[in-house]
Design a binder for this molecule. Structure first.
Ligand SMILES: [Zn+2]
Length: 510
C-alpha cells in the first residue's frame, strides 16, 4: 500500500484514488517571465518520478502542469524589453520545456496556458459571485474571505492573518485578506473582455479553473513547492471548495525548497522566497562561472541532466535540498559506479544495458530466486526499494537500495570471475539481477540513454588510458615486471582498476 503525506491532514495516509485505478495530478507550473533556474525543476522532477511510480503500480495517471502566461511580472518584463507579453511568454516557455527535456521530465500529459482558458476563468469568477463568495468593485473582482468558513485550513492560518495585495486596490476591498480574482485593466496592459469590463485574471483563479477543466471538480493530488501553501494553494482551495461545495483535492503534496550550500555543502541564509531565488541564482553563477553566461542551461551543459536529476532524487522530496557543486560532483561519481557495471555486464553477456526494456508493472518484475543466494539478495534489495517508494515516495532510500544492488552484483561477478570464465548458470542469474536494476532505475527516470562519455572519462582520458595499458603490456612482454606493476599500482592509487579480461585489458574508475 502506497502512503502519502498530506499537507491538509498533516500526516501520512493510505493512497486510495477517488476512482479506482485512475489518478489525476495537478502541479503548479512556472510564471514564464524569465529563464528557469534549478529551483523550478525540483517539482517537475519529483512529480515525474511520482507519476512513473504510480503508473508502475498499475494506475492510469493524468498529470497536468500549468503555465502562467499573464501576470504583473510578465507585463513589467514586456515593458523593459519593449516586446509583446506573448513573445516573452513564448520564449520563456520554450526555455522551460528545453530544460525539462534535458532533465528527463517527459511524463507531463497536459500543459494548459492561462491565456487559452480565459472563458473558463471568467465563468468560475462569475460562479463565485453568484454563490455569494465574491464581489465586483469598479472592474475588479475580489474573493470574500469572510464568507468562507473553512478559510485557512490548509496552511493553518486565520483569515485575519491573511493579507491580500495592498496598494491602490486595497481601498476597494471589504477586508484586507480578500484577494483578487479579476483585475481591471490599466491603460496599456494586455486585457480580455469580461462582465466587469476589460481586465485579466488573478493567479489563484487560473489554477482553480484549469484544474477543474481538465481533472474535474475533485481530483487526487495537487502538488507544488512548500512556498505555495500560502497564499496560493489556500486560495485555490477556498475558490474551488466554495464554488463546488466539496473537497477540491484528496492529497495535497508539497516539496521542500532548495537552499544554496557553500563549497562544503553548508547551508546559510534566510528562508523567504526572494532569498531563495537569490541563493539559487548565486549558486548557479558560482557553479557555471567557468562556462561564461551562467544559469540552468550552463549547469546542464557542465554536469548533464542525468547527474542533476539523480542529485535531486537522492534527497527525500519533503526535505530541503542543499544544492552545492561538491554535491553534484559526488552524484557524478555515484553514477559512474552504475556506468561501470553496465560496461562489465555488456562485456560478459554481450547485452547493452540500455536495450533491456524496463518492466512496465511491478508484478511483472517479480522473479523466482530458487535456492540461489545471490538472487535472494537481489529480491531483497528490490523489496526494500519498493518499500521505500511506497512510503511517501522516499527516493533517497530507494537510491541507496540501487547502490546496494550494484555492490551485490559486482561482488557476484568478482566471486565467479565472470569476466574470465563462462558459466551459463551464473550469467543467467547476473542477467536477472541487471534486469531488476533496469526496472528499478527506470522508475527514477535515469539511464534512459548512455552518458555522453560512457568510458567514464573524456576522449583525452580514454586515449591516455589506452596509452598506459599499451605501455604496461609492452613492459610485461619484455619481462619488465617492475614497470608493469608500477603502472598498475599507480593507477590503483588514484582509483583506477586495470582489469585483464578474456578479450584483452580494460579499466574502470572507482
Ligand atoms: Zn497554482
Amino acid at each position: 500500500m502506497i502512503r502519502v503525506y498530506n499537507t491538509l491532514s498533516k500526516q501520512k495516509e493510505n493512497f486510495q484514488p477517488l476512482e479506482e485505478g485512475k489518478v489525476g495530478i495537478y502541479l503548479c507550473g512556472p510564471t514564464v517571465y524569465d529563464k528557469s533556474h534549478i529551483g523550478h525543476m525540483v517539482g517537475p522532477i519529483i512529480f515525474d518520478t511520482i507519476k512513473r511510480y504510480l503508473s508502475f503500480s498499475g494506475m492510469d495517471v493524468t498529470w497536468v502542469v500549468n503555465i502562467t502566461d499573464v501576470d504583473d511580472k510578465l507585463i513589467m518584463k514586456s515593458r523593459d524589453r519593449g516586446i509583446p507579453m506573448e513573445a516573452i511568454a513564448e520564449e520563456m516557455t520554450e526555455d522551460y520545456l528545453k530544460n525539462l527535456a534535458a532533465l528527463g521530465v517527459d511524463q507531463i500529459d497536459q500543459m494548459p496556458k492561462a491565456t487559452e482558458h480565459m472563458d473558463e476563468i471568467i465563468q468560475f469568477t462569475q460562479d463565485l459571485i453568484d454563490k455569494g463568495f465574491a464581489y465586483a468593485v469598479d472592474g475588479d473582482v475580489f474573493f470574500d474571505v469572510a464568507a468562507d468558513q473553512g478559510y485557512g485550513k490548509l496552511s493553518n492560518r486565520s483569515a485575519d492573518a491573511a493579507q491580500g495585495a495592498g496598494g491602490e486596490a486595497a481601498s476597494r476591498k471589504k477586508s484586507a485578506s480578500d484577494f483578487a480574482l479579476w483585475k481591471a485593466a490599466k491603460d496599456d496592459e494586455p486585457s480580455w473582455d469580461s462582465p466587469w469590463g476589460k481586465g485579466r485574471p488573478g493567479w489563484h483563479i487560473e489554477c482553480s479553473a484549469m484544474s477543474r477543466g481538465i481533472l474535474g471538480e475533485s481530483f487526487d493530488i495537487h502538488g507544488g513547492g512548500l512556498d505555495l501553501v500560502f497564499p496560493h494553494h489556500e486560495n485555490e482551495l477556498a475558490q474551488s471548495e466554495c464554488c463546488h461545495g466539496k473537497p477540491m483535492v484528496k492529497y495535497w503534496m508539497h516539496n521542500g525548497l532548495m537552499r544554496a550550500g557553500d563549497a562544503t555543502g553548508k547551508v546559510g541564509g534566510r528562508s523567504d522566497r526572494e532569498a531563495e531565488e537569490q541563493q539559487q541564482a548565486t549558486v548557479e553563477t558560482k557553479i557555471s562561472r567557468s562556462k561564461g553566461a551562467g544559469g540552468l542551461a550552463d549547469l546542464i551543459d557542465t554536469h548533464g541532466g542525468e547527474r542533476i536529476r539523480f542529485f535531486l532524487l537522492r534527497t527525500h522530496y519533503r526535505s530541503t535540498i542543499i544544492f552545492s557543486e561538491p554535491g553534484l560532483e559526488e552524484a557524478g561519481v555515484a553514477l559512474e559506479s552504475f556506468y561501470r557495471l553496465f560496461e562489465r555486464f555488456e562485456r560478459i553477456t554481450g547485452t547493452d544495458f540500455y536495450t533491456i526494456a524496463p518492466t512496465a508493472e511491478r508484478t511483472q518484475g517479480e522473479f523466482e530466486a530458487g535456492d540461489c543466494e545471490f538472487l535472494k539478495q537481489v529480491a531483497d534489495h528490490r523489496q526494500s526499494y519498493l518499500d521505500h517508494m511506497d512510503d511517501d515516495f522516499n527516493t533517497g532510500g530507494a537510491t541507496s537500495d540501487l547502490f546496494d544492488l550494484v555492490r551485490t552484483i559486482n561482488r557476484f561477478i568478482d566471486e565467479h570471475q565472470l569476466e574470465q570464465a563462462e558459466s551459463t548458470e551464473a550469467i543467467a542469474a547476473l542477467t536477472q539481477a541487471v534486469t531488476t536494476l533496469r526496472e528499478l532505475s527506470a522508475i527514477l527516470g535515469v539511464f534512459k540513454t548512455p552518458p555522453a562519455n560512457s568510458a567514464g572519462g573524456d576522449a583525452l582520458t580514454n586515449q591516455l588510458m589506452e596509452l598506459l595499458i599499451a605501455l604496461r603490456a609492452e613492459a610485461r612482454a619484455s619481462k619488465n615486471f617492475e614497470i608493469a606493476d608500477r603502472i598498475r599500482d599507480g593507477l590503483a592509487e588514484i582509483g583506477v582498476t586495470i582489469e585483464d579480461r578474456k578479450d584483452g585489458t580494460g579499466w574502470r574508475a572507482g
